[in-house]
Design a protein around this ligand. Sequence first.
Ligand SMILES: [Zn+2]
Length: 553
Amino acid sequence: MRKMIIFLAAAASLGTHATWAAPGDTHICKWKDNKVAAFSVGGDDSLRSQTTFAIPLMTQRGIYGTWWVNTGRGHDELGFDFIDDQSYWVAAVKAGHDLASHTLHHTGARDAADADWEIGENARRIWAIQPGTKILLFDRGGGTVWDVSEDVIQQALAEYHCLESRGARAVDHQTWLINHTAAEFRSYVDAAIKDGGYHTLIFHGIGPNAEWGGQKDGDAFVALLDYLYEKKDLVWSDTFTKVCKYVEERDKSNLAAKEASPTRIRIGLTSALDTSEGMFDNPITLRTEVPPEWKTCTVTQGDVSTVYPVEAGVVQYSAVPNAGDISIVPGGATKPLPVAANALAPLPAAPPGPPVLPTKVIDGFDYKSDAQLNSAWWDFSCGNKTTISLRPAAGSEGKQNMKYIHAAGDKGFSGRLRRNTSLDLSPYGHLSMWIKPSNTKDPITFQFMEAIQSEFWEASFLPQTTEGQTIILPLTKEYFHHPSWFAGAEADGVIDLSNIKLMSIYVSGNETGAVVFANIRAIKAMPASGYIPVAATASTPALTETGRCTAKK
Ligand SMILES: [Zn+2]
């Protein structure tokens, strides 16, 4: 007897089909199709290198990812490309990828209404593209600041079915600013096979045109995809969303044996999860012991019947929790397996690159309302009060302009700031803007901050006249310099115009006044009649890399 117990224990620990298994015994597989491990590849920020490089290569190999997108971003800006390339995101979803939420603008939120809009509107725009995926994985965005309570955020997330996570618990291999080799990527897949777990990679830019550095080695990325393809019988590669649904359903469903006769097995598969359409509705893989004489089985759930082969007395099949009892009867002809294609499908077409125009509009003040203008141009709590409004452009450049009124105060300056502009001004050498100040003694400062290194640059000048005038600011170190408060441990002292994240305008002084700004744009060449104003000294407030005033000590 003792020997017998040891034998049974060994059989159980080896995972072989124990001799006492009875027809009807059922378990849910750890991973879909009883694979050994799971793996997900995806990325953040709806970047152009994802639509032009990574997604087509993945689609070609039947590997689908989850993309945390900002649907309110990406008109003529660097990287973030949702608006301009929406048709390619729609195509990616049609192919099998899915979208997750990274907020509407990647800017955090200033108040509860803003938080609801950033989370809710992004969800609505994503659902319009993928109505079948109601659950949205959610990430609030690196470097964003939320000036609301955690309760407000959590309430909005719950309302829009957002799960604030990257999905199921995983071994996540870091990618930010790292250029992995092919060997490293393969080792992650091997690690997943070895530990039988779930491994993930969340990228930003991918390939030779990777935004912001990081995974520049596109060949290594292709090697990762090829290796996942090679190991596809062992590793389940799928979207973060689908793996998340699978794990939740696997861990939170109940099996009930309802019948195990010589002619039929009936099993209940239920869950307290919300299994309505788009929620936890992903099929999971079950394995059921059947009588030894059954060679094939017809498995029926609801009105769907599928024939599966029986191997070693076990039938393996897909089912959905709360979709009705599962009935298994012997017999039925299995469909021949599709013949695996030898060659990869051709790459889907990539979106065309953005044209380099001779002039790039930075702000033409083409807003629909003063409210929109004020959401775009933040005020500074640490400066004198300002009021900004739109006016028809009588006499100025463009269709509309911005009237900027600064109240008297004691802070020494007033200003406004635009966040997350993601402007690529590298093809351009000069800034041009039309201004009409109410006096010529208050210096005006234009400031910008580079992404990644958060290096600030500014140029201050005195207006020459109270008449309207177009001024030109050369984007060079002869004209721009670091603000006096700038410490910038990571700064390299080089003006990098390829990704401008913040820009601000300031008016120095404590007296009331007004300046009209119009048609702020970048231009390639200095016009013959261009006027470069005389540089002036002015001080600006110390800012954080998200555009907040640094608290005074
Ligand atoms: Zn992000």
